[in-house]
Design a protein around this ligand. Structure first.
Ligand SMILES: N[C@@H](CCC(=O)N[C@@H](CS)C(=O)NCC(=O)O)C(=O)O
Length: 359
């Protein structure tokens, strides 16, 4: 391939969840890129949306949505690969991505905005990041309110913390024995998990303290993912295997997240059954859905985007040969993810440009 005429331009913020998912991929693939504090006006002009990050390619195209950004980076720069090609590791990586994007926002928003110290320190960081008390505080107000919409309330706080402690214990045990989730090489799974774990947990005072006091091996993994070229990458585990300790991580994720993700998807599908026929653009949220986290009732907004993300895992699963599907089923048995892979959506969501729509 000819050398790039210009760098990728990565519009991001250090404390942004989804920026933290893409950054390790850019570094791992050793791409020429320039990271800018996101220019929100330019993001809006380029995409019509107010989501970050975006990646502007050397030839001026705009890529938005971290899942698609990682797909496109992988297609354009396949070496070194981030996406395993063997069925079990590939599916496992997608399930970690589904968990990270569609459930882990709950603990992330809880630790950032769900206590006095969390909120005050995050607010100060927003003001410093934006460089304006007025705009930084307005943004902080919006995000603090979004916490409640995502179901991270004072009532669900104890269940969210119990989930997070179990997840961090499982991750710490795994990273004591393995540098990355799938073995000795970074993957899509690590990038996705860096969203909540670096973007929020490591950046925010309350959760950073939790990490440093209870999960130092996870901090070591953050360091490796942040500078992935510097420590010599090995290989994913041979024979498409998952480490036993990684299965514990998948179970810590799946047991709690799968029912919540499925409740959201069901609510989106119920809404879609009777949606107005002429609707060409999907609303961001379509009402609320109810589920439970460790016995505590949990009510959150239902996002059509969650169905789009579920399709991403299901498409990979359904494209497998039946013998490969059996290998996946065996590998994830008992992790809580079985119900997710068995789900059969009645509706399908696609994208037109940056907008979601039913297909
Ligand atoms: N699914 C999108 C999510 C992007 C996203 O939610 N980004 C956050 C910042 S980390 C954001 O821009 N939030 C603004 C908002 O929620 O209005 C992706 O993967 O890119």
């Amino acid at each position: 391939m000819n050398p790039s005429p210009a760098p990728y331009r990565f519009h991001a913020f250090d404390i942004s969840y989804f920026s933290a998912k893409v950054r390790p991929a850019l570094r791992f693939k050793q791409l020429w890129y320039e990271e800018l504090r996101a220019d929100l006006g330019e993001v809006q002009r380029r995409t019509g949306l107010a989501f970050i990050p975006i990646l502007v390619t050397p030839d001026g195209d705009t890529w938005q949505d971290t899942s698609e950004i990682l797909d496109r980076l992988e297609a354009r720069h396949p070496d070194p690969p981030l996406f395993p090609v063997t069925p079990v590791q590939r599916l496992a990586a997608h399930l970690v991505e589904l968990y990270s994007d569609e459930f882990a926002t709950l603990p992330a928003m809880h630790y950032r905005w769900g206590s006095e110290l969390g909120e005050a320190s995050a607010r100060a960081r927003f003001v410093a990041m934006i460089g304006s008390a007025e705009i930084g505080n307005a943004l902080a107000d919006r995000m603090a309110a979004a916490r409640l919409g995502l179901g991270a309330t004072d009532a669900t706080g104890p269940a969210i913390e119990a989930h997070t402690h179990d997840l961090l214990d499982a991750l710490a045990a795994h990273f004591e024995a393995h540098p990355y989730l799938l073995g000795e090489r970074m993957s899509l799974a690590d990038c996705a998990l860096m969203g909540p774990v670096y973007g929020h947990f490591f950046n925010d005072l309350v959760s950073r303290r939790l990490l440093l006091e209870t999960a130092v091996p996870v901090v070591g993994w953050i360091e490796r993912c942040s500078f992935p070229g510097s420590d010599g990458q090995g290989q994913w585990l041979p024979d498409d295997a998952l480490a036993g300790s990684f299965r514990e991580v998948l179970a810590a994720m799946g047991r709690d997240a799968a029912p919540v993700i499925l409740a959201a998807v069901r609510a989106v599908e119920d809404w879609a059954d009777t949606r107005p026929a002429e609707l060409d653009q999907l609303p961001r949220a379509v009402g609320a859905c109810e589920s439970a986290l460790r016995g505590t009732p949990l009510k959150k907004i239902a996002l059509p985007y969650t169905l789009w993300m579920l399709q991403r895992s299901l498409d990979v699963y359904r494209a497998l040969e039946s013998s490969e599907r059996s290998q996946v089923d065996e590998a994830i048995a008992g992790t809580g993810w079985e119900a997710v892979l068995a789900y059969e959506p009645r509706h399908r969501i696609g994208k037109c440009g940056f907008q979601l729509g039913f297909q």
